[in-house]
Design a protein around this ligand. Structure first.
Ligand code: ASP
Length: 292
């Protein structure tokens, strides 16, 4: 039996905005999501269920830029992206530019499990989610005064995407990512989070990865797949593969970070931004919860 491990992130590059008073709330939010995911693994549950539980907890927390706390587009709307991948079967699901799905990661999972497709977008994705019994909400559900102020004041958007990667007792890896994108993004713009290989990837032969940062660069470099591919084809360690991918990101002028776990339970949480909200439980049961 493999010892389980999990790592989550709540976005990269937000540190300037987190005041001391909010620090505690972010740490608590990360801890809640971490424990929600780890509980599943401890009981012998699947890594897919663990990453789903952790990401749902982060989507429901208005502090994070995913689900409830998603940022505004330039049109004053919310367009959410999410994806999930199963490292055992390489099955994957994703939704993009959805505005009414309460928990986009659940819709991504439904696409993976209940459709022959990998990525559904917009209205059709919402209708698919509804047909599969998922909760739809009014746009007002995603309204938060602070995010609206960010848009009105033209405040440079912080990242805040959420994600999780996990290894379960059976040795199976999984990854999931969910985001509102960035403040003031063009309507219709889709980032890396719902793109399998860019913001999310999982393969039992190497590792599971969830990223956060400048999505366009993550897509161009296929960052999540890059980390897995370097392990698989070059025999790199997880830390080395992840560091290499981030170095490429930097050369393109991109900032961000990622969380990753390999099939032995090794965890990497590198970033090249000012900080990254992150937390993990390693295969030794040790916990780390950090915001910078
Ligand atoms: N990667 C996300 C996107 O480009 C944003 C983020 O991680 O902050 O949509």
């Amino acid at each position: 039996m493999t010892r389980p491990a999990i790592a989550i992130h709540g976005g990269a590059g937000v540190m300037r905005k987190i005041t001391r008073s909010k620090e505690g709330a972010y740490l608590a939010g990360l801890t809640r999501a971490l424990e929600a995911g780890y509980r599943v693994l401890e009981k012998g549950g699947a890594s897919l269920d663990a990453v789903t539980a952790a990401v749902v907890a982060l989507e429901d927390d208005p502090l994070f830029n995913a689900g409830r706390g998603a940022v505004y587009s330039s049109a004053g709307t919310h367009e959410l992206d999410a994806s999930i991948m199963d490292g055992k079967t390489l099955r994957a699901g994703a939704v993009a530019a959805v505005s009414r799905i309460k928990n986009p990661v659940l819709a991504a999972r439904a696409v993976m499990e209940k459709s022959p497709n990998v990525l559904l977008a917009g209205r059709a994705a919402e209708q698919f989610a509804k047909r599969n019994g998922l909760a739809l909400v009014r746009p007002a559900y995603f309204h938060t005064a602070e995010r609206l102020a960010d848009l009105r004041k033209g405040r440079k958007s912080c990242h805040g995407t959420v994600g999780a990667v996990a290894l379960d007792r059976r040795g199976n890896l999984a990854a999931a990512t969910s985001t509102g994108g960035y403040t003031g993004k063009a309507p219709g713009r889709i980032g890396d989070s719902p793109i399998i290989g860019a913001g999310t990837y999982a393969d039992n032969a190497s590792c599971a990865v969830s990223g956060t940062g400048w999505g366009e660069a993550f897509i161009r470099l296929a960052i999540a797949h890059e980390v897995c591919a370097r392990m698989r084809y070059r025999g790199d360690s997880l830390a080395r593969a992840a560091a290499f991918a981030l170095a490429r990101l930097k050369r393109l002028g991109g900032d961000g970070g990622l969380v990753a776990v390999d099939r032995r339970g090794t965890i990497a949480m590198p970033f090249n931004s000012r900080g990254m909200l992150r937390a993990c439980v390693g295969s030794d049961g040790g916990r780390v919860v950090r915001i910078c």
